[in-house]
Design a binder for this molecule. Structure first.
Ligand code: GLY
Length: 369
């Protein structure tokens, strides 16, 4: 199988070497590919939360191939993202996704001082969203003052990193408080996690669960499950608290039960039977999280599950032709918002497919740590 993974990585590098040229010429941050063209994100311009995945992908391919084109393309988009610090008002807790994979990767892989400054800037913005009632505020609208979401478990990596780089424990300890609140409020009896919880912004007490990007209130949005799985694994690796490892194992156990025969992942594990709504991004994120979990827990069965997911994507949903600029098909941004993309190619699907293959080949630059 190793040969298949190596060969797939080679094909990914070859396809993006070709199609990234178009993104560079247009000066955009690609969000998804349609009709053979790159398209930008549907919301909030270059501040949309997904902007880091393109440079993250370029950095992965630069470490794989050493081709300078990929580094230049990563830095081109890294500069566009750094310009968003100045406009500021659309930025939210997803500065982790945005800047870890752009400036964070640059600083880690090249030692760039400006990139390191940008990482610390982003970490300070994330710290600025901390509510002493015990959580990091997700979004910006006045009615969202008490909203926390499961996705934020991935953004905490920015805080672990800032504590390591500065020697200042505040970042890490803030992450710990948020992770504890997430453990208490999001993890359910059956090992699934909620997407959105509203907390009282003064007392920190639970107000209620909100429906999110999944099928309905109380259902299991698969990408949210994957963020929780990977995020709690990273929390364990960085904070050393075994409760986080146990949480990751429970979430992963529930996820594994729902992997389809063909290795693909439904958009929501509670969606109506017979509904064909797949989100391959969820499967790709979970494949990465499960490989990390195999290392953290010492249980190789998680790597086997990650391989089933990755092979499902390669066997059924990898488009190597010219219809799309990207590769992974059947990505779905949100159960009820087809405008952001349904059953199409979206760049963070390609990012996590590549990360999973890099991990399987022992070449992952470990951008979340
Ligand atoms: N809000 C993050 C996601 O769509 O996964």
């Amino acid at each position: 199988m190793q040969h298949r993974y190596e060969e797939s990585l080679g094909r990914i590098a070859e396809k993006f070497r070709r199609t990234a040229e178009a993104a560079r010429k247009e000066g955009i941050i690609p969000y998804k590919s349609e009709g053979g063209k790159w398209i930008t994100s549907p919301y909030d311009g270059n501040s949309w939360w997904t902007g880091g995945f393109w440079p993250g992908l370029m950095w992965q391919l630069w470490t794989l191939t050493g081709d300078e084109f990929f580094r230049e393309e990563a830095r081109r988009v890294g500069s566009l993202l750094a310009a968003e610090f100045r406009s500021f008002r659309f930025l939210n807790h997803d500065v982790g996704f945005m800047y870890l994979l752009s400036a964070g990767a640059d600083a880690k892989l090249t030692g760039s001082e400006q990139a390191e400054t940008d990482v610390l800037h982003a970490a300070s913005l994330l710290m600025g969203r901390f509510n002493p009632a015990g959580f990091i505020r997700a979004w910006n609208a006045p009615e969202q003052v008490g909203i926390a979401i499961i996705d934020c478990m991935m953004n905490l990596s920015l805080l672990y990193r800032a504590s390591r780089d500065t020697g200042d424990p505040r970042f890490r300890e803030t992450a710990r408080i948020h992770a504890d609140t997430t453990l208490r409020e999001f993890l359910r009896e059956d090992g699934s996690v909620s997407h959105i919880i509203e907390l009282d912004p003064v007392s920190g007490k639970r107000v209620k669960e909100h429906p999110g990007q999944g099928y309905t209130l109380g259902s299991q949005w698969s990408r949210g499950q994957a963020w929780g799985l990977y995020g709690f694994t990273l929390a364990y690796e960085n904070l050393g608290d075994r409760r986080y490892l146990e949480a990751a194992l429970r979430i992963a156990g529930n996820f594994r039960k729902h992997i389809r025969e063909d290795g693909l992942t439904d958009c929501d594990f509670c969606q109506p039977a017979g509904e064909e709504r797949i989100d391959n991004i969820a499967g790709a994120v979970a494949a990465c999280g499960m490989q990390e979990l195999a290392k953290a827990s010492g249980d190789p069965s998680w790597k086997a599950a990650a391989e089933k997911l990755t092979l499902g994507l390669l066997d059924h949903c990898a488009d190597w032709g010219n219809d799309r600029c990207g590769i992974l098909t059947k990505c779905t941004a949100s159960y009820h918002d087809d405008g952001a993309g349904r059953h199409t190619n979206i760049t963070y699907g390609d990012y996590f497919l590549t990360e999973s293959l890099m991990k399987l080949c022992g070449k992952d630059p470990d951008l979340w740590n």
